[in-house]
Ligand binder design. Structure first.
Ligand code: TPP
Length: 619
């Protein structure tokens, strides 16, 4: 591990939240500059969420000036902006391991440090979680403060409003800091974005409000009368403030890069001992010109050259293949529309959005809404394609069931980031979609192994007008297997009589390599590739398994809900007697962060381990 450089004079002295409080006030801007320098240097090597972290530096320092994260609860929404927090709480030395296997997680993780209030990774949950913590404080007689930190992007998610509404009537003292940079991953969308932009134009109001509260608030009778007058005047001259309507005391907007104002305001909010929302305006990517100029490109980055900002990663992946396949389909069918929940770039839809703006819908971080809206579109004759990451579609399971499947509506789900996603880790692994999609009545599920198959299977999914259909494909690029077998539900890729191997999707590359290794070891495996997962070709598998008596199923999905257990049940039903069985999958635990090859090795899903399993079955 690299030694911590010691030229960052102030940062070198900080190991705990308490240390941040010992930095002389006038040196805080220097501390922020050092944090930025360190963030850029480290993330340039490891990759990660750069722009969001650069924008939250002063905010994070201010939070640590006010709160003690070892006991107070600072709940970061999504959690992708927690890098400075980690650097300030004893984990700076480990930053070279960020997002690597056994290294630091890119998201808050209580098992790394008590300073991380809870696991995070999916948006819009912080307010609910903070309220739960505040309720626990009340019921258990705890003595700590609770603060949620949420971005304007995360505030487009419905869960955030459920939290806000319930907070309003809770009577709990919670500070919600709204980190408003007018950006989700890209420009924020929707009515909330408009509301926030109206609130941004009232900067003088905060100073007036604080002074007013401090002076007039002392004389209760006068306060009550003046308060009523003030509210009337405010209603006349200031834009509506949803937060106040929901029971929050609203403080802001303030400059989210002015460390002194931030610290003072958050401290003031904490000391009010009630529900307070602090509205801080920040700049995404602050302090690094390439990220400030193009914050969306630096939201999540691979390794890059810190001098020029130029990315070292190439963009040739399943998402891009999906984007161009959908554009091609849309050129032929005017009913096709694309829906995304704040993931235009991630799902490869930028080209579609530019080419067909009237048929492109970014709904914000609102997966449930995206799916139900798509149901409405399908009902009225459109062919909506919802492009979404596997882990985020988890949120919309009921919408798939209730709003789409019950009425057999032809909504297509393009499920990106299925299987092992790598560095983003446990919150982002696509471990469950095979199980949850196959349990939706009438859902057809295809698993393309390469770009050509993705194109072919997308066409099949769009042609399936009698109900929902989905494609699950991984993060990243295709492998060696580029043959297009999409016209079949399943096919045999290798003949052999010793062992039956079944696999699908990107993992077919490992399975093929494993079969080659097995051949060298004198074992001839028949490799069956599944293309349809909702209705696997059981007859093909049964015929093979009957001959070989040995079955190895390799899948990049969680054990519960995997295809392998369904195959075993079906073979049992058909009376196929197996001598030996091995089901390899993501198991029933949590898949941590790490590179995809490292994780596949750990899970024994790489070619070497699969070949060893095959040999073992044939012993
Ligand atoms: C449920 C869910 N959907 C999508 C995402 C992907 N995602 C991660 S961060 C982000 C944007 C968050 O914007 P904001 O809260 O404003 O934070 P910023 O990065 O702008 O600081 C999105 C869409 C997610 N984490 N969770």
């Amino acid at each position: 591990m690299e030694e911590v450089s010691s030229e960052l004079e102030i940062l070198d002295q900080i190991h705990t939240s308490a240390d941040v409080k010992n930095v002389p006030k006038e040196r805080l801007p220097e501390l922020c500059a050092e944090l930025r320098e360190e963030l850029i240097r480290k993330v340039a090597v490891t990759g990660g969420h750069l722009a969001s972290n650069l924008g939250a530096v002063e905010l994070t320092v201010a939070l640590h000036r006010v709160y003690d994260s070892s006991r107070d609860r600072i709940v970061f929404d999504v959690g992708h902006q927690c890098y400075a927090h980690k650097m300030l709480t004893g984990r700076r030395e480990r930053f070279d391991t960020l997002r690597r296997m056994d290294g630091l997680s890119g998201f808050p993780k209580p098992c790394e440090a008590a300073d991380d209030a809870c696991i995070a990774g999916h948006a819009s949950a912080s307010i609910s979680c903070a309220l739960g913590m505040a309720r626990a404080r009340t019921l258990c007689g705890g003595d700590y403060d609770v603060c949620a930190v949420i971005g304007d992007g995360a505030l487009t998610g419905g869960l955030a409003y459920e939290g806000l509404a319930n907070c309003g009537e809770s009577g709990e003292a919670i500070v919600v800091v709204l980190n408003d940079n007018a950006m989700s991953i890209r420009e924020n969308v929707g009515g909330l974005a408009r509301l926030l932009s109206r609130l941004r134009v009232r900067p003088g109001y905060l100073a007036f409000k604080k002074a007013y509260h401090q002076t007039v608030g002392r004389y209760e009778q006068v306060y009550r009368i003046l308060h009523a007058v003030k509210e009337r005047v405010k209603d006349l001259f200031l834009p509506d403030n949803m937060f106040e309507d929901m029971g929050f005391y609203y403080l802001g907007p303030i400059d989210g890069h002015d460390i002194r104002t931030l610290t003072r305001t958050i401290r003031y909010a904490r000391d009010m001992r009630r529900l307070v929302l602090v509205h801080a305006l920040t700049v995404k990517g602050k302090g690094y010109p390439p990220a400030e100029a193009d914050p969306a490109a630096y939201h999540g980055v691979g390794p890059f050259d810190p001098e020029t900002g130029v990315s070292k990663a190439e963009k040739n992946d399943f998402s891009a293949a999906f984007g161009s396949a959908l554009c091609a389909a849309a050129a032929k069918d005017p009913r096709i529309a694309a829906v995304t929940a704040a993931m235009t770039d991630g799902t490869g839809l930028r080209g579609f959005a530019m080419k067909y703006p009237e048929r492109f819908f970014d709904v914000g971080i609102a997966e449930e809404h995206a799916v139900t809206m798509a149901a409405g579109m399908a009902k009225q004759g459109l062919r909506p394609v919802v492009a979404v990451y596997s882990c985020f579609l988890q949120r919309a399971f009921d919408q798939m069931l209730h709003d789409v499947a019950l009425d057999r509506l032809p909504v297509v789900f393009a499920v990106d980031r299925s299987g092992v996603v790598g560095a983003d880790g446990e919150t982002h692994q696509g471990a469950f979609e095979v199980g949850y999609l196959c349990s939706v009545p009438g859902m057809k599920l295809w698993a393309p192994s390469n770009y050509a198959e993705l194109r072919g299977m997308l066409a099949l999914a769009l042609a399936a007008e009698d109900g929902p259909a989905a494609l699950r494909y991984p993060r990243g690029a295709q492998g060696h297997f580029t043959e297009d077998t999409s016209a079949t539900g399943a096919c045999v890729l290798r003949e052999g009589g010793d062992l039956t191997v079944v696999s699908y999707g990107i993992l077919i590359n490992e399975a093929l390599a494993a079969c080659e290794l097995l051949e060298k070891a004198g074992v001839n495996a028949q490799l069956i590739k599944l293309n349809r997962l909702d209705a696997p070709d059981y007859a093909l598998i049964a015929a093979s398994a009957e001959r070989t008596g040995r079955l190895l199923v390799a899948e990049d999905t969680a054990e519960r809900g995997c295809v392998g257990t369904r195959i075993l049940a079906e073979l049992e039903k058909r009376g196929v007697a197996l001598q030996k069985i091995c089901l390899r999958n993501l198991g029933s635990g949590v898949v941590p962060h790490g590179s995809v090859p490292d994780l596949l090795r750990m899970l024994e899903l790489d070619s070497g381990h699969l070949a060893a399993a095959g040999e073992e079955l044939c012993r």
